[in-house]
Design a protein. Structure first.
Length: 171
């Protein structure tokens, strides 16, 4: 067989495999109340140190995002919408991946969502690494006991966000 054809077929298979991997639905995570992401201390936009452990006891949606991520723009607006709808039944936290305060806040200000949910900065990208991140965006849904019940890789539409939050708070 022609070498160019073999290479082309191999590249095609790798591209399709990568696409399918990124489009996969929810990733099963071991449920443990000892998740190391709770040990993280990050800064909010005002420079306050916030520990993720401070949010234990409430259902959490924690989203990893960045201004360079094209999927994050709409998704952040959808998370803000969900936070308004679910009010104090869930805490939605948006953790910026390794960008400066100026970049992150400018982005969330332009979207008009800065005051709608908890925004934290992670200059060392510790949260993303602690959840084994490899796509963008990545979101974990954590029950009130601190267990990851859903780990979603890739973007979501607002209806999927609503459904996952309902699963989280009504389980």
């Amino acid at each position: 067989m022609n070498t160019k054809i073999v290479i082309s077929i191999t590249v095609f298979i790798l591209i399709i495999g990568g696409f399918l991997l990124l489009k996969q639905k929810d990733v099963s995570e071991p449920t443990s109340s000892a998740n190391n992401f709770f040990d993280l201390q990050l800064h909010d936009y005002n420079g306050n140190i916030i520990s993720l452990a401070d949010f234990r006891g409430k259902p959490l949606v924690i989203n990893s995002w960045a201004a360079w991520c094209p999927f994050c723009k709409k998704e952040l607006v959808d998370f803000a919408t969900a936070q308004k709808e679910f009010k104090d039944r869930v805490v939605i936290i948006a953790i910026d991946r390794a960008e400066s305060l100026a970049v992150a806040q400018k982005y969330s200000d332009e979207l008009g969502v800065t005051n709608d949910m908890v925004f934290l900065l992670d200059p060392g990208d510790s949260f993303y690494q602690s959840i084994g991140g490899f796509s963008m965006p990545e979101t974990i849904f954590v029950d009130k006991n601190g267990n990851i019940v859903i780990h979603k890789r890739g973007p979501m539409e607002v209806q999927e966000i609503r459904e996952k939050i309902q699963q989280l708070i009504f389980q």
